[in-house]
Each structure stands twice: as structure tokens, then as C-alpha cells.
Design a protein around this ligand. Structure first.
Ligand SMILES: [Zn+2]
Length: 413
């Protein structure tokens, strides 16, 4: 359903009929052909400027290579194999005049997610290697200026909370942190603990901690927007869109971890970890990524992130500029949580979370503990401990924002 909406959007957004492919040394314009299954492009023409190619393999398979990925495709089969992952396609690849054609979606959406350093710019209908110049890339590095929401409130107020964010100069705007409580509505997230009598649901814990985090941030002079304040399901893509539309400075998603039942002693797993968006580096990171991305299956029907697919395909490029910052923020959060959390720090990790993918700002996902561990489940459900977790994360966010303010301020804007 997302793919269909995506292609519909592409047709109105992009100059029809042409796709620009900008590689390291050459730029090629590739015709986009309209089929009754949607727009398609000749695979070899798109792959070549990016340094890839099309190989004919045994058994009717084709290998289409791009930086960082080779898709295994079969004529008339609407799925691609990327490594060992099966990826659904908007339409089946087909042969015409002995050439393999693939749906535009494969190169515009799937390739940026699975390849390395390839970005699709829907506005300019352009596929390019990251690092090649583009007008859009230049604009996304400029911080968005906003009118201060409450001009001058905090600058002269005495007796403020420790660690409060001070506007560095007159007219500096207040910062906005988007707080995202994971899961909700029919999507409970994880439930635990293993073998425990009283069960906790991830969606309740995340909402409680998110509310306390919002309070803690507001007490430090930061504006807050919550993606949900009730027990409702918000599509993963919409969470990021909410953040973008409101020009958030930071996006913090709160989650509760669950042990892998295949582990030797799953109930014993404890601790906290913070993720930022990037390709998942380890099998464990991929497991958590799969688990958190699963919420997508609850997103059926008309409420599903309509209008969002455009963000979805443009986001990789915008997000990449925030990787460093997101990683810094994740590190600060881990440090602060380490001062109050009874569990071990499991470190800063990277994974490709759908919820982070759609936010055009530094974004992190915090797994505040293991709900599968009986002691940690009790800890996570306790109101005063929730406040302490929220304080730790708020402290990290404010420290990070102050640091960022100094850096941006030094650069002048
Ligand atoms: Zn979760």
C-alpha cells in the first residue's frame, strides 16, 4: 500500500518521464517508462553511472549491482533479494528488447535503504551518490530559523532548574524536542517480565516515561511536542512527519527492550541502550530493529501515513547529515542513564529504525531497560524511577542542545 502511494506521489512530484542519475564521474538522464503497473526504468542505464551493472545469472535470475548492494531479480516476479532479505517491489521487473526493466520504486526507495551512499531526491527526480553536489543538500544543512515561541521568558528568570538551557543571546529561539512514546493502541510492544505475575506492557511504560520526559524538558526551558499523549497508534512514518512539520531540533523515541527467547537465559538480560539511525551493524542490533519496526503491521487501513512516502524516500539524505549529532546525543544519553540505572550500559548502537528514518533532525531511540527481566520490569514500572530515567534523558538532551547551540552559534547563521 505504501508503494502504490509512493508511485502516485512520484508522478506528480517529479518532472515526468526522466530520471537523472548522478554518479562519481558522470551524469546520465534515463527515460522513465510508464507501464500499467507504474513507472519503470532500464536497470543497466541506472546502474552504470553509479558504478554498477546488470548480470544475467542462472535460472532466469538477474543480478543488478549498485554501491553496497546487489539485487537478485527474476523476470515477472515482484520481489527482490537484497543479501538474504526479501524485498517486495511495487511491480515485477520485466524484459523488453532483451533489456531488464525494474520499477522506479526499486531505485528510488529500495536502493537508498539497502545500498551505500545512494540517495534519491524526489523533488529533482534525481538519484545520486552521496557527496555529489546538489541544491537540495545545500539547503538541508541550513538550520531552520523560527520565531521564538515565548520571546525572552527564560533569559531573565531567576531561580531556574539546574542544567537549564539558556538562550545564548537575545532573540535566540527556544528549542523543540519531539518526544515519542513507542507503540500504542493495538500495538502493545513487548510484554513482560518472563515468569512474572504482574505484567507490564511496553506501550504503557513508554507513555509514562515520555510524559515525565516532557515535564523534565519543559522544566529546563525546552519546548516539547509529544507524538502521542494517549493510548493510540501513530504510524511509524507519521511520528517523524509530526516532528518535521513542527521543526523539531531533536527526536527522542522511548522503548522497552525484550530479550531474545533463543538466548541461553533470556530472563537475565538487563540494561539500557541508545540507538541512532544508520545501517544495523550487528546481528543483535538487527534483531532490535526488526522488533521495533514490526509495529508497521498494525498500520493497516486508511490511517496509514498518507502523504508520508515522499518523506520516506527523501529522508536518507537529510538524515545522514545528522548521523554524527545523533551519535553524540546517544552517547550523552547513555552516560546520564549510567548514573542512575541499575542495569549495565549496553552502549550506543546503530540500526535502521523506521521511526527514526522519517525525522529530518538528530534522532535517537532509547531502550530504557528489559521488560523481560523481572527486576528491571519492576524498576521500569515504578513512578519515581520513571522520573529518574526522564531526568537523565532530559539532562542529556539539554546538554546536547547547549553544545549544539555553541557550535552553530560559532558558525554564525
Ligand atoms: Zn519498542
Amino acid at each position: 500500500m505504501i508503494a502504490v502511494a509512493l508511485l502516485a506521489l512520484l508522478q506528480v512530484t517529479a518532472p515526468p518521464g526522466m530520471l537523472t542519475v548522478r554518479g562519481a564521474t558522470e551524469e546520465v538522464t534515463v527515460p522513465v517508462v510508464e507501464t500499467n503497473a507504474g513507472p519503470a526504468v532500464r536497470a543497466d542505464l541506472v546502474a552504470a553511472p553509479l558504478g554498477g551493472r546488470v548480470r544475467e545469472l542462472a535460472g532466469g535470475h538477474y543480478g543488478v549491482s549498485f554501491p553496497g548492494v546487489e539485487f537478485d531479480l527474476v523476470d515477472q516476479v515482484p520481489f527482490a533479494l537484497a543479501g538474504d532479505e526479501v524485498v517486495p517491489l511495487a511491480a515485477a521487473p520485466f524484459l523488453d528488447g532483451g533489456r531488464l526493466y525494474v520499477p522506479l520504486q526499486l531505485v528510488a526507495e529500495t536502493l537508498p535503504l539497502h545500498g551505500r551512499g545512494v540517495y534519491y531526491d524526489a523533488v529533482h527526480s534525481e538519484l545520486r551518490l552521496f557527496g555529489t553536489s546538489s541544491p537540495l543538500l545545500a539547503t538541508t544543512t541550513t538550520p531552520i530559523l523560527r520565531v521564538p515561541s515565548r520571546a525572552g521568558t527564560s533569559a531573565r528568570t531567576a531561580g531556574r532548574a539546574a542544567g537549564r538551557l539558556e538562550p545564548s543571546r537575545a532573540g535566540a529561539r527556544r528549542r523543540l524536542v519531539v518526544v515519542d512514546a513507542g507503540h500504542g493502541g493495538p500495538d502493545n510492544g513487548m510484554t513482560g517480565p518472563i515468569g512474572g505475575k504482574s505484567k507490564i506492557s511496553e506501550k504503557d511504560v513508554t507513555l509514562a516515561v515520555a510524559r515525565r520526559l516532557a515535564d523534565a524538558l519543559r522544566a529546563r526551558g525546552v519546548d516539547v511536542l509529544m507524538t502521542r499523549t494517549r493510548d493510540t497508534l501513530i504510524a511509524l512514518g507519521d511520528r517523524g512527519r509530526i516532528a518535521n512539520q513542527n521543526h523539531g531540533d531533536l527526536f527522542i523515541s522511548i522503548h522497552v527492550n525484550a530479550a531474545n527467547m533463543a538466548w541461553k537465559e533470556p530472563a537475565a538480560a538487563r540494561g539500557f541502550e541508545t540507538y541512532f539511525l544508520a545501517e544495523a551493524k550487528t546481528e543483535e542490533a538487527r534483531r532490535v530493529e526488526r522488533m521495533e519496526n514490526e509495529a508497521v503491521r498494525f498500520e493497516t487501513g486508511v490511517e496509514t501515513s498518507r502523504g508520508d512516502p515522499l518523506n520516506f524516500i527523501m529522508n536518507d539524505m537529510a538524515q545522514n547529515e545528522h548521523l554524527r549529532e545523533s551519535s553524540d546525543l546517544a552517547t550523552t544519553i547513555q552516560e546520564k542513564l549510567g548514573m542512575m540505572h541499575p542495569g549495565p550500559s549496553r552502549g550506543v548502537k546503530q540500526a535502521n529504525f523506521a521511526v527514526l528514518r522519517t525525522s529530518f533532525m538528530p534522532a535517537v531511540l532509547v531502550e530504557i531497560g528489559f521488560g523481560t527481566n523481572p527486576a528491571e520490569a519492576t524498576f521500569l514500572a515504578d513512578a519515581s524511577r520513571q522520573r529518574a530515567i526522564a531526568d537523565a534523558i532530559a539532562g542529556a538532551a539539554v546538554e546536547y542542545l547547549a553544545h549544539y547551540e555553541r557550535r552553530v552559534g560559532a558558525g554564525g547563521r
